[in-house]
Design a protein around this ligand. Structure first.
Ligand SMILES: C[S@@+](CC[C@H](N)C(=O)[O-])C[C@H]1O[C@@H](n2cnc3c(N)ncnc32)[C@H](O)[C@@H]1O
Length: 258
């Protein structure tokens, strides 16, 4: 089955409510397909705000595939008990193989969301943002039959050392971080560079906006003076302070602050 459960547009009702595919008028610079038991956990966040606009404008083509469509038998079973015993259920290989066979291409990079994977970070987001076609497999219950991992999966990715109930939310985290790096998605391309975990490897300096004074709390004078060199220096110092306070590990890692 190659037709996604849906893809969608920011300007119309959520596709999970419409169940239709909306073609983009612009050639996408990246394609992402997601295989999940919970399409709406992908469609709603990915149809909102900057992600929704990225899809509307054709920077990202998103296909969401309901694993249940490949389920076995009258009740479309997708899971079974673990071989060897143990708690919970495991996603069966047959539906996952069928779903992957339907969307895989020679250029696809297939990613399994799993707490056992490589920890996701900005460097990995930058690497994945260069790909043309990503396929995300979202686990559920106790995870997926390991034959799927051995036969299909290029990367196993974790969003952190904790366990979620399923991989859809984790996939959204990864897709959001990747999509905002696609050139053109953010209004100002520099905003993806000049921020935390950018080339400097440290956190961003504190940000302020108007009014200059709020309930007796003032914006630092230097940010209102218009002296760009001094502002840059101030921001660098505050960024270092903030990193030392919140993430000292970043200052001792291989990335040297610029
Ligand atoms: C309850 S978890 C399975 C955990 C698995 N039994 C284990 O101990 O490693 C169900 C699914 O949620 C997703 N998941 C849970 N935690 C995650 C994490 N930290 N990063 C990425 N995916 C996660 C995966 O897709 C996983 O298959």
């Amino acid at each position: 089955m190659r037709v996604p459960a849906f893809s969608f547009s920011q300007t119309k009702p959520p596709p999970c409510l419409r169940g239709e595919r909306i073609a983009s008028s612009i050639t996408s610079s990246m394609k992402i397909d997601v295989i999940t038991l919970f399409p709406e956990l992908i469609s709603v966040p990915m149809g909102t705000s900057i992600m929704g606009r990225a899809i509307d404008k054709g920077f990202l083509e998103l296909g969401v595939y309901d694993l249940r469509a490949h389920g076995l038998g009258k009740h479309q079973h997708v899971d079974d008990t673990p071989c060897g015993g143990g708690q919970g259920m495991v996603l069966k290989p047959e539906p996952l193989f069928a779903a992957l066979e339907a969307v895989d291409t020679p250029k696809s990079r297939i990613i399994l969301m799993t707490p056992q994977g490589r920890r996701f970070d900005q460097r990995l987001a930058e690497e994945l943002a260069k790909e043309k076609h990503l396929i995300f497999v979202c686990g559920h219950y106790e995870g997926v039959d390991h034959r799927v991992v051995e036969h299909w999966v290029d990367d196993e990715i974790s969003i952190g050392d904790y366990v979620l109930t399923n991989g859809a939310i984790a996939a959204v985290v990864v897709m959001d971080a990747i999509t905002r790096l696609i050139p053109g998605v953010l209004g100002d391309d520099m905003s993806a560079v000049d921020e935390s975990f950018g080339p400097s490897g440290i956190l961003e300096a504190p940000q302020y906006t108007k009014p200059a004074e709020f309930r007796g709390m003032k914006v630092p004078d230097i940010l209102l003076g218009g002296h760009h060199a001094k502002i840059t220096e101030w921001r660098h110092e505050r960024a270092l302070e903030r990193t030392l306070q919140n993430r000292p590990d970043l200052l001792t890692s291989n990335t040297q602050p610029s």
